[in-house]
Design a protein. Structure first.
Length: 126
């Protein structure tokens, strides 16, 4: 077993994420000094049966949300909760990330609650 200091390990993981594009930091830990990394969806797909687990990645969630907005023109917090069976606070964080990246934006004048709808933002994929 080879052990490395945390800073050394972080440098290796960062190279695997940027240069080799094998890993990606999780959305929740992206801005931390030592983020948590996971295999990219393409890597998991390429490994196919060699990987004993399959996860529903954030990118997969993003794509399903984008597909829903394309089909219906909007999405709500509650709809995402039902689609992915996740807690309201996890959906809030996901929607905030999608809004910060300008993929989604709020539609209408609703400030909070059940009336808030999210539609395509300026960076919404074509």
């Amino acid at each position: 077993m080879i052990q490395r200091q945390p800073v050394e390990a972080q440098e290796v993981l960062a190279r695997m994420a940027t240069e080799l594009t094998l890993l990606e930091p999780t959305r929740r830990t992206l801005n931390k000094p030592f983020p948590t990394y996971r295999l990219r969806a393409g890597v998991v797909a390429a490994l196919s049966r060699a990987v004993a687990y399959h996860r529903r990645g954030i990118d997969g969630m993003d794509q399903k949300i984008i597909d829903h907005v394309r089909e219906y023109g909007f999405i709500t917090n509650r709809t995402i909760q039902r689609i992915f069976d996740v807690h309201v606070f996890a959906v809030r964080d996901l929607l905030n990330d999608l809004r910060e990246s300008r993929i989604l934006e709020k539609i209408g004048d609703a400030r909070g609650g059940k009336g808030v709808r999210y539609g395509p933002g300026s960076a919404f994929p074509k």
